[in-house]
Ligand binder design. Structure first.
Ligand code: NAP
Length: 472
C-alpha cells in the first residue's frame, strides 16, 4: 500500500464520518440544511478517495470524472427545478438511480470479473442484482404513479397479483441459486428480468397516498443494494454508507407506519384502513349531528383576544399553498402580543417532513415548530387552536374510540384547548376516510373555505381592527 492509497483510505474514513454526521443532523429542522451539505461533501470526498486508490489509471479517472460531472449536473438541475410539491417523486427517482447503479455494478462484475470470484462475492452479486433491480423498477413505478403517468390496473387489485408476484419471486430465487454456477449466462438475465418485474408488481397496486411509505422503504432497499455492491467490489466505504442508508430508511418507514397507525404489511398488501385511501380524501359528509360553523370575522375576533395561539397545519394547507398567508397572519398576531406556535404531527401531509418543508418555505422560525410530544401538554393552556387543512392528525377518536380505524394512532390533542377553529372546505374526510369527532365538540367551530382564502380574510379582518399597524 503506497502513500496515495493510504491518503485515499483516510479520505474514505472522513467521508463515512461526515455521512454519519449528515444523517444525524437531518434529525432536526435547524441543522437539516447544513447536514445535507455535509452529506454532499462526503459523497464528493468518496469519489476523490476512489480516484486516489485506483491510481495510476488515467483512463479510469477520466470515466469517473465524466460520470460524476454528468450525474452531478443532472442532480443539480433537477434539485433546482423541481417544485416542493414534487419532492416525493424526486426522492423516488433518486432512489431508483441508486438501485440502478448497484444493479449495473453487480452485472458488470458478473460479466467481466467473476471468473475467480469466491462464494461471498457471487452471493453479493445475487443480492445486489435482486435488490438493485427491485429498487430501480419499483421506484420508477412509484414515481410514475405519483406523477399520474401510471394508474392502478384492475388485475393488481385482485388475487391475480399475488400469483404473478409469487411466480416472479420463485423465478428470481431459482436464478439466484443457479447464478454462482453460471455467472455470465441465463441465470443472470433471468434474475435481472424477474426482479425488475417484481419491483413493478409489488409497487403498482399501492395507492398514491401510501406511496411515501413505499418510497421510504425503497430508499432503505437502495442502501441494502449499495452495501451488497460494496461487497461485490470490495469497497468498505460503500458497505458502511449503504448500511447507514438502509438502516435510516427502515427507521423512517417504521416511524411513518407508527404515525399512520398502520402496519407495513397493510401498506404493502392493503388492509387496515380499507386499502389505499385517495389522496386528498373526499369522504362522506353525512353522519354529523352537531356542527357549528362561523365566519372568518368571528374567528378573527377570537384571535384578536387570544394570548396563546397554536396553528395545526395539515395536508389541506399544502393543497391550498397557504403557507405564506399563514406566516402573514402569525406576524400580525405576534404584533398584537400573542404567543404563536405551530403543532407538527409526524405524518401530517403526505410525506415525511411535509409541514416542516412547507413552513420553512414561508420563513417560519424553527423554534416555533413544535413536535407532537412537546406541544400536546400545552394544549390545555392554549386559548385558540386553528386547524388548517388537517383532519386525521387531530381526530380524538384515535384516543377515545376503540372501534375507530385510527385507534392507537398518536394525535395532536387539540380537543384540550379552550377554543378550536377548523378551516377546511367541507365536512369531507381526510386520508383515512372517516368522521372526525373533533368537529362536533362544543369548543369547536368550523370555518368553511379554502385555507388560503380564509387566512387572507383573517389578515384583512385583523388589519381592519388596526392590528399590526405599529409593527408595519
Ligand atoms: P388529512 O387527514 O388527509 O386531511 C386533509 C384535509 O384537508 C381534508 O379533510 C380536506 O378537507 C382538507 N383540505 C383539502 N384541500 C383543502 C384546501 N384547499 N383548503 C382547506 N382544506 C383543505 O390530512 P392530515 O391531517 O394532514 O393527515 C395526514 C394523513 O395522511 C394521515 O392520515 C396520514 O396517516 C396520511 N399519510 C401521511 C403521510 C406522511 O408521510 N405525512 C404519508 C402517507 C399518508 P376538505 O376536502 O373538506 O377541504
Amino acid at each position: 500500500m503506497n502513500t496515495l492509497d493510504l491518503f485515499g483510505y483516510a479520505i474514505d474514513l472522513l467521508a463515512v464520518l461526515l455521512l454519519a454526521l449528515g444523517l444525524k443532523g437531518l434529525s432536526t429542522v435547524r441543522s437539516a440544511r447544513s447536514a445535507n451539505g455535509l452529506a454532499a461533501l462526503a459523497m464528493g470526498l468518496a469519489v476523490l478517495g476512489l480516484l486516489l486508490q485506483i491510481q495510476p489509471d488515467p483512463a479510469a479517472w477520466l470515466w469517473i470524472a465524466i460520470g460524476s460531472a454528468i450525474g452531478g449536473l443532472l442532480g443539480l438541475i433537477t434539485a433546482r427545478r423541481v417544485p416542493m410539491t414534487a419532492m416525493p417523486e424526486t426522492v423516488a427517482l433518486f432512489n431508483g438511480c441508486g438501485g440502478m447503479a448497484s444493479l449495473l455494478v453487480a452485472v458488470a462484475v458478473a460479466l467481466y470479473d467473476s471468473a475467480d470470484a469466491d462464494l461471498v462475492a457471487l452471493i453479493s452479486i445475487v443480492i445486489s442484482v435482486f435488490v438493485g433491480a427491485i429498487t430501480f423498477s419499483g421506484s420508477i413505478a412509484a414515481m410514475g404513479k405519483l406523477q399520474g403517468w401510471l394508474g392502478t390496473p384492475g388485475w393488481t387489485q385482485s388475487s391475480v397479483r399475488h400469483g404473478v408476484n409469487i411466480t416472479l419471486a420463485i423465478a428470481a430465487l431459482v436464478a439466484g441459486i443457479t447464478l454462482p454456477g453460471d455467472p455470465t449466462g441465463v441465470p443472470l438475465w433471468l434474475l435481472v428480468g424477474a426482479s425488475s418485474l417484481l419491483g413493478i408488481g409489488v409497487t403498482l397496486p399501492i395507492g398514491g397516498a401510501d406511496m411515501p411509505v413505499v418510497i421510504s422503504l425503497l430508499n432503505s432497499y437502495s442502501g441494502v443494494a449499495a452495501a451488497a455492491a460494496g461487497f461485490v467490489v470490495g469497497s468498505q466505504l460503500l458497505i458502511v454508507a449503504g448500511a447507514m442508508v438502509g438502516a435510516a430508511g427502515l427507521i423512517l418507514t417504521q416511524v411513518m407506519c407508527t404515525g399512520m397507525n398502520r402496519s407495513l404489511v397493510s401498506v404493502l398488501f392493503g388492509g387496515a384502513l380499507g386499502g389505499s385511501a385517495p389522496v386528498g380524501g373526499g369522504g362522506d359528509e353525512a353522519g354529523y349531528s352537531r356542527i357549528v360553523s362561523c365566519s372568518a370575522e368571528e374567528c378573527a375576533m377570537a384571535l384578536e383576544n387570544a394570548e396563546r395561539v397554536v396553528f395545526v397545519p395539515g395536508y389541506g394547507l399544502a393543497v391550498a399553498q397557504a403557507q405564506h398567508a399563514l406566516r402573514e397572519l402569525s406576524k400580525l398576531l405576534e404584533a398584537n402580543g400573542s404567543e404563536v406556535s405551530y403543532a407538527i404531527h409526524p405524518v401530517a401531509g403526505r410525506m415525511p417532513g411535509h409541514m416542516n418543508v412547507l413552513l420553512a418555505e414561508a420563513d417560519v422560525p424553527y423554534e416555533q415548530l413544535l413536535e407532537m410530544d412537546t406541544i400536546n401538554p400545552d394544549f390545555p393552556r392554549t386559548d385558540v387552536v386553528i386547524v388548517l387543512g388537517a383532519n386525521d392528525v387531530v381526530n380524538p377518536d384515535a384516543k377515545n374510540d376503540a372501534q375507530s380505524p385510527l385507534y392507537g394512532m398518536p394525535v395532536l390533542e387539540v380537543d384540550q384547548a379552550r377554543q378550536v377553529f377548523v378551516v377546511k372546505r367541507s365536512l369531507g374526510a381526510g386520508y383515512a376516510g372517516i368522521k372526525n369527532a373533533l368537529f362536533e365538540l362544543p369548543q369547536t367551530a368550523m370555518v368553511f373555505g379554502d385555507a388560503k382564502a380564509v387566512l387572507q380574510q383573517l389578515c384583512t379582518e385583523l388589519r381592519s381592527q388596526g392590528v399590526g399597524k405599529v409593527a408595519a
